[in-house]
Design a protein around this ligand. Structure first.
Ligand SMILES: *Cc1c(COP(=O)(O)O)cnc(C)c1O
Length: 383
């Protein structure tokens, strides 16, 4: 691949990196190797086995993702949570401390609060850069962030977090699910480890669950034994689907960036909407940070209705957009975070982090922007 001086661009890597032409038949897509056993010793003199994360379909996806994230190596998991939990178990031991961003993905928060602490790890939560500095302890081993975050699209200054980690000898991890490697490459900003829910943008078609980790060879070598022991790999069929989805990642994300920007600006002018959270809007509190570290502002946004009592009615009136959980697919999905991702918090806790009952979260799809805006117009129209 790297046979010219000019590094290949993301759209090219989406199509070509990792994917292989079959030597036996000339088929131009990676064959699906279903074997659970490979003759031994094979040419690399390494045991090949799906749970060792080294079969051809897993390597195809891992190579494509590592290239897109400008990392050296990657591991592909059966879900985003399998990737996240394996990385944390691999990099922490009892007595170690880790600092997590406060507005974490719900599944990650519950794992950190319920499981990591049960195994003797110390955890604390931080809201901003000053907080991250203040929370560091002599036994801190990991700083973990999400940017943009769910559902208010807060953006963390990744270069500053990376510098803090390097200065204090602490590994930095980011969940890069919301941005995708098309919009943001945290390793290039100095972050050590990237985790993904590949269920979302990487696959992009709302039809499988997968996860991934990207890092240097050294860090992947630390994570791999834990991954093998925990066994959360992705099987060859699903790897093939994920590889196929990733070929259109750049196209989809570029369209989603454009659609989300148009919808955000349209919503901002709508009389029924009191506030729009989208990092691409100049009045978003983290717009400057986002503009510095992202190539595009992403396909996720949230907005607040003036009348909270209308939230269910508005959700029920969408015709193109669908009221459904999850995100990152080709179809536009809308949720009410107070009733879905943040339902386990008390109303007071939600108020502290700024999630009201009037907040709707949108995962903007690849439909025509005018059709989407027309759907939002009829759903928001006063009745
Ligand atoms: C969905 C999601 C996860 C969890 O991924 P699964 O594939 O559902 O296990 C983790 N982080 C973020 C930001 C997510 O959106």
């Amino acid at each position: 691949m790297e046979n010219s001086d000019q590094p290949l661009k993301p759209a090219t890597l989406c199509v070509h990196a990792g994917s292989c032409v079959d030597g036996a038949t000339g088929a131009i897509t990676t064959p699906i190797f279903t074997a659970s056993s490979y003759t031994h010793p094979n040419p690399t003199n390494q045991n090949t086995y799906q749970r060792y994360f080294n079969v051809p379909n897993q390597r195809a996806v891992a190579t494509k993702l590592a290239a897109l994230e400008q990392g050296r190596d990657a591991l592909v998991f059966g879900s985003g949570m399998a990737a996240i939990t394996t990385v944390l178990f691999a990099l922490l031991k009892p007595g170690d401390h880790a600092v997590f961003q406060e507005d974490l993905y719900g599944g990650t928060y519950h794992f950190v609060a319920a499981e990591l602490t049960r195994f003797g790890m110390e955890v604390s939560f931080a809201r901003n850069q000053a907080d991250f500095v203040a929370q560091l302890r002599p036994n801190t081993k990991v700083i973990y962030v999400e940017s943009p975050s769910n559902p208010l699209l807060h953006c963390v200054d990744l270069a500053a977090i990376a510098a803090l980690g390097k200065a204090r000898g602490v590994l930095t991890i980011i969940d890069n699910t919301f941005a995708s490697p098309i919009n943001q490459n945290p390793l290039a900003l100095g972050i050590d480890v990237i985790v993904h829910s590949a269920t979302k943008y990487l696959n992009g078609h709302s039809d499988l669950n997968a996860g991934a980790v990207v890092a240097s060879n050294e860090i992947i070598a630390r994570i791999r034994p834990c991954a093998v022991n925990h066994g959360g790999m992705l099987d060859a069929h699903a790897c093939y689907m994920l590889e196929r989805g990733m070929k259109t990642l750049a196209l989809r994300v570029e369209r989603q960036n454009g659609n989300a920007g148009k919808l955000a600006r349209w919503l901002q002018k709508h009389p029924a909407v009191s506030r729009v959270n989208y990092p691409g809007l100049p009045d978003h509190p983290d717009h400057a940070v986002a503009a510095r570290q992202m190539r595009g502002f992403g396909g996720m946004l949230s907005f607040e209705l003036r009348a909270a009592a209308q939230a269910d009615a508005v959700l029920g009136r969408f015709k193109l957009a669908t009221a459904a959980l999850s995100l990152g697919g080709v179809e536009t999905l809308v949720t009410i975070p107070a009733k879905t991702s943040h339902v386990k918090l008390t109303a007071a806790e939600r108020a502290t982090i700024g999630i009201s009952d009037a907040l709707l979260r949108v995962s903007v799809g690849i439909e025509d922007a005018d059709d989407l805006i027309a759907d939002f117009e009829q759903a928001l129209a006063a009745r």
